[in-house]
Ligand binder design. Structure first.
Ligand code: FES
Length: 281
């Protein structure tokens, strides 16, 4: 994976891609825009299509709304749901590039979405199996796909943190790889739930590598794994790495920027880190 990541970070292409703007204002988010946004980012070839977060287009209630900007034309597409393989998301938005979308990424992405559903139902054994299949199928292709992205300010199509309700949006991972990063993290948590601690350790390390050590949630996973292994020093190191990556004022951020369950968890982990520092001294 390292070689592929190096390949991605070394590339700089000049052509500017078509821009797809997904409205992530509350009305469209209620209609499923986050899922549309995630799927478009995962599948669209980044050298041809740039998928970014957008604001309200006064078409609330007809979402998810996607603005398709090709040169001087601007088209507003309505009801772009992520769950229709043969619906508008494919035939309208990605029509020009369908041949270029890797079937392995499409299938791997779908497997990971199934895995996520099983995870939410607490069927962790099935979730692990599906995540492992999805990642094995798509990882290499997804990293090569991300390598096609034009580089702007070190990362292509960066997303304003305040528009995405997840702190992971602030990582250095290319947007088309966010789903893969989430898959590795969720796989690790599912493995912990079925007591596959060594598997969870490997997933945590893979997620840290994929994120180039920029995602606090990967270190949070590693801390949980170390705690299960009773490796107090490893846990403390993981927590320290995690807290180096999160804003020091996280407790004052609004729930729109940082969901309450995450800030509460981080507060608890802060207490845990202090305790470990005292015990290990
Ligand atoms: S909330 Fe998306 S168009 Fe208004």
């Amino acid at each position: 994976m390292c070689q592929l990541l190096g390949f991605w970070s070394g590339l700089a292409l000049l052509a500017s891609p078509t821009r797809l703007e997904v409205c992530l204002s509350p009305g469209c988010v209620a209609d499923g825009a986050m899922s549309t946004f995630a799927k478009l980012q995962a599948l669209a070839p980044p050298d041809k299509i740039c998928v970014v977060a957008g604001g309200c287009q006064s078409a609330c209630g007809m979402g998810p709304i996607v603005i398709d900007q090709k040169e001087s034309t601007k088209l507003i597409h309505k009801r772009i749901k992520s769950d229709k393989q043969d619906g508008p998301l494919w035939t309208v938005l990605l029509a020009d590039v369908l041949d270029e979308i890797s079937p392995e990424i499409i299938h791997g992405y779908e497997l990971c979405q199934d895995a996520k559903a099983h995870f939410l139902q607490k069927d962790f054994a099935s979730s692990v199996k599906l995540y492992q299949e999805g990642i094995a199928l798509a990882e290499k292709h997804a990293i090569l796909n991300a390598a096609k992205a034009p580089i702007q300010n070190g990362i292509s199509s960066s997303i304003p943190l305040q528009t995405i309700p997840t702190i992971s949006a602030g990582t250095l991972v290319h947007p088309s790889l966010q789903w893969l990063l989430e898959a590795y993290r969720q796989l690790g948590h599912a493995q912990l739930n079925i007591l596959d601690v060594e598997g969870a350790f490997q997933s945590a390390l893979a997620s840290i590598e994929l994120s180039t050590k920029s995602d606090p949630m990967c270190f949070e996973l590693l801390a949980s794994v170390c705690q299960k292994k009773n490796d107090l020093e490893g846990e403390l190191e993981a927590l320290q790495s995690m807290f180096e990556l999160i804003p020091t004022n996280f407790e004052t951020l609004s729930a729109k920027v940082l969901p309450r369950e995450i800030s509460n968890k981080w507060r608890e982990l802060g207490f845990r880190m202090t305790t470990l520092q005292r015990v290990i001294k």
